[in-house]
Write a protein that binds this ligand. Structure first.
Ligand code: APR
Length: 260
């Protein structure tokens, strides 16, 4: 059965608009990647302060790397789900499209998105703690834990841990995109971790319409203009169909004048 959306959601999905898609761990749940909060969340089973802080890494880099190696193993087996693929197609359909993801799993890239900011980093990148140099490392499992740079210093995952600042350039770009967008589509995030949690509020102040897609209610649900409850892998392909149906479009519209 075709999924029904309110007329205001359908009207909002106009490809002429500047859209920003903001995603969190729920986006990858249907790919088999564990989320952080909620019933099966990682932070129910593991202590963030022992695994995802600079002091945890300093105290026990082996433990931290064992945990990241385990997560890399799960993510390495995972495939982008229909939700990721729908967002990749949205990038083709909207001339003004940006994706901001909190996910470090790289699945949006694998689905084909290129206009994206991985605002919490990427777990397939490693950084030398001495030189700060970043490089990709897809070895899984890692042959040596903790891994070391050619210079002899430790390598760390190139992700943002609790207590660390986000990359300033990424953050500046993200703020600008949020301020300028007409439509913010927020998918699969519990919307509690700052500064990303404030993006929907900023977008609303800037006059954008905020649509949430989440399996469960969140602190954002009452603030969003529309909150669609359901799985990302089911809702996003249905939204994509509505976008394609806009003004009869069924193909990419780059550079086309949409007015009749
Ligand atoms: N479809 C849509 N939403 C889903 C699905 C699904 N299939 N499965 C779960 N969700 C929702 C959950 O209801 C929850 O609201 O996704 C959200 C996941 O929330 P979190 O686990 O808190 O993930 P996220 O918001 O991305 O966390 C932010 O916290 O620990 C850090 O750095 C980590 O980037 C992460 C940040």
């Amino acid at each position: 059965m075709a999924m029904e959306f309110s007329t205001s959601v359908i009207a909002a999905l106009d490809p002429a608009k500047k859209i920003v898609v903001l995603t969190g761990a729920g986006m990858s749940a249907e790919s088999g990647v564990p989320t952080f909060r909620g019933e099966d969340g990682l932070w129910r089973r593991y202590r963030a302060e022992e695994l995802a802080t600079p002091s945890a890494f300093q105290a026990n880099p082996t433990l931290v790397w064992e945990w990241y190696d385990w997560r890399r193993g799960i993510i390495g087996e995972a495939e982008p789900n229909p939700g990721h693929l729908a967002i990749a197609e949205m990038e083709e359909l909207f001339p003004h499209f940006s994706l901001i993801t909190q996910n470090v799993d790289g699945l949006h890239r694998r689905a084909g998105n290129t206009r994206l900011i991985e605002i919490h980093g990427n777990l397939w990148q490693v950084r030398c703690v001495r030189e700060g140099r970043v490089h990709e490392d897809y070895r899984c499992p890692l042959p040596e834990i903790p891994p070391r740079c050619a210079c002899g210093a430790l390598l760390r995952p190139h992700v943002v841990w609790f207590g660390e600042s986000l990359d300033e350039r990424d953050l500046t770009r993200a703020y600008r995109l949020i301020e300028e967008c007409d439509l913010l589509l927020v998918v699969g995030t519990s919307a509690v971790v700052q500064p990303v949690a404030s993006f929907p509020i900023m977008a609303k102040h800037g006059g954008a319409l905020v649509i949430e897609v989440n399996r469960d209610p969140t602190p954002l649900s009452s603030l969003a203009d529309e909150s669609i409850q359901g799985k990302a892998g089911e809702i996003l392909p249905a939204l994509l169909e509505k976008i394609k149906g806009h003004r009869g479009l069924s193909y990419p519209i780059h550079g086309l004048n949409l007015d009749p």
